[in-house]
Design a protein around this ligand. Structure first.
Ligand code: GDP
Ligand code: IMO
Ligand code: MG
Length: 426
């Protein structure tokens, strides 16, 4: 068997949580491979709306095993709160959720460092979710980090103290007030709770499962344009959000990757700072934000909105080797007379159809093609052949530009509001 990978192709919040939940019945194991509680993956079913932060979005299905991979950074406090909420809903978390021994821990002082670093950047700030993601990955690559596997070691507290000392040193160079001692008790209490869960050598577990022909889906967080290497650096997150991240974040060899499901919204959104070529500052932008409820699921911040950006989408398709596209939130574009799609940019006096090194707004202007819109409310559709002709044209236009089929069209937040154009997927 191969491992299928599901990831976001834009700046995050594409609807990954919803689709993982829809696809989970086909899989035995769902593994998150990177990111941490900066993510917010929303699922809706039976009138319940739930946001997951670190836990894979397969957790609501009876028979699925959910693994938090070594590439993920874990804040024990957030994780335990997430677990408690699921237990209250009757989910048997203890038997279905495993952690990779090698996943790194977010310390309270990582969160302080994140806040101090952002404060010191002023107008240049990244717009981080302030969950300690950047500082934790810095300690990981700097070889100072603490991993889940360490929590049972006799010298765990010493390791913790040594790392916190380093952090205090750094914080002393910032003009930043903090009270670490008030944050520590709940962190250590959460560590004690974590000890009661299954911490596994996940790379062995996953590769053994593959030998036993188990079906595995790797769930990404954030999106390709926030990738540390290929995103709009420095306005990115601190992990590899792209398909290659599934290999390093779960211990899967590249030749074991199967389908790559690339999720994108029918338009674009971005939360936080950084370039966004097709950003709208007009009523249409507001309309998309309001109808699409484009407010961050983690921070509540309004998301920036704009037209679909095909050069950016093609870039993400290329970097990830996307085999299937899944288009989300088509319902939000209903009622627009025309829909614009960016097909190229004017960049330094020339027209280009690829994403350049620096795509700051002052350097480039989008070139748009206008397609006709549709009026029909899509939220009640249950078959792809009910889609309005103009939506079919929109889909065909994107498929032609990217060379990849759009296998799923999502028309609402609920599990059931999903039009499957390729039957084998579910
Ligand atoms: P993720 O981070 O990629 O999992 O996405 P988020 O959960 O942060 O944001 C996606 C939002 O859109 C959530 O509120 C979903 O419930 C919602 N959503 C997902 N698909 C659709 C859709 O097709 N239509 C509408 N209207 N909402 C959707
Ligand atoms: P999901 O998985 C959207 C953005 C932040 C900020 C930048 C860096 O729900 O799609 P960080 O906290 O990682 O240092 O922030 O990345 N960001 C996200 N935007 N969805 C996410 O996750 C995000 N996770 C981080 O807003 O611009
Ligand atoms: Mg999200």
């Amino acid at each position: 068997m191969k491992v299928d990978v599901l990831l976001g192709l834009q700046w995050g919040d594409e609807g990954k949580g919803k689709i993982v939940d829809v696809l989970t019945p086909k899989y035995d194991i769902i593994g998150r491979f990177q990111g941490g509680p900066n993510a917010g993956h929303t699922l809706e079913f039976n009138g319940i709306k739930h946001v997951l932060r670190t836990i894979p979005s397969g957790i609501f299905h009876e028979s699925s095993i959910n693994i938090i991979g070594n590439g993920v950074v874990i804040d024990p406090v957030v994780l335990i709160a997430e677990i408690d909420a699921l237990i209250k809903m009757g989910v048997d978390v203890k038997s279905k959720l495993f952690f990779a021994q090698k996943a790194h821990l977010i310390l309270p002082s990582h969160r302080l460092l994140d806040a101090a670093s952002e404060a010191s950047k002023g107008k240049e700030k990244i717009g981080s979710t302030l969950k300690g993601i950047g500082p934790t990955y810095m300690d990981k690559t700097g070889r100072n980090g603490i991993r889940i596997g360490d929590i049972i070691l006799p010298n765990f507290k010493e390791k913790y103290n040594a790392l916190v000392e380093k952090h205090k040193q750094i914080l002393s160079h910032h003009n930043f007030d903090y009270d670490l001692s008030s944050m520590e008790p709940e962190w250590f209490a959460a560590i004690e709770q974590l000890k009661t869960y299954k911490v596994i050598e996940s790379e062995h577990y996953i590769n053994n499962a593959l030998k036993e022909n188990k079906a595995i889906l790797a769930e990404g967080a954030q999106g390709s344009l926030l990738d540390i290497d290929f995103g709009s650096y420095p306005f990115v997150t601190s992990s590899n959000t792209i398909c290659a991240g599934a290999c390093t974040g779960l211990g899967i060899a590249p030749n074991r990757i199967g389908n790559v499901f690339g999720i994108f919204k029918a338009y674009c959104t971005r939360v936080g700072s950084g370039p966004f070529p097709t950003e709208l500052f007009d009523e249409i932008g507001d309309q998309i934000r309001n109808n699409g409820r484009e407010f961050g699921s983690v921070t509540g911040r309004p998301r920036r909105t704009g037209w679909l950006d095909l050069p950016a989408l093609k870039y993400a398709v290329m970097i990830n080797g996307v085999t299937e596209l899944l288009m989300m939130k088509a319902d939000i574009l209903s009622g627009l007379e025309t829909i614009k799609v960016c097909t190229a940019y004017t960049y330094q006096g020339k027209q280009i159809d690829y994403l350049p090194y620096d795509y700051s707004p002052e350097l480039l202007t989008p070139v748009y093609t206008e397609l006709r819109g549709w009026n029909q409310d899509l939220t009640g559709l249950n078959q792809p052949d009910q889609m309005p002709e103009a939506l079919n044209e929109y889909i065909a236009f994107i498929e032609k530009a990217t060379g990849v089929p759009i296998s799923v069209v999502s028309v609402g937040p609920d599990r059931t509001q999903t039009l499957i154009r390729k039957k084998e997927l579910v």
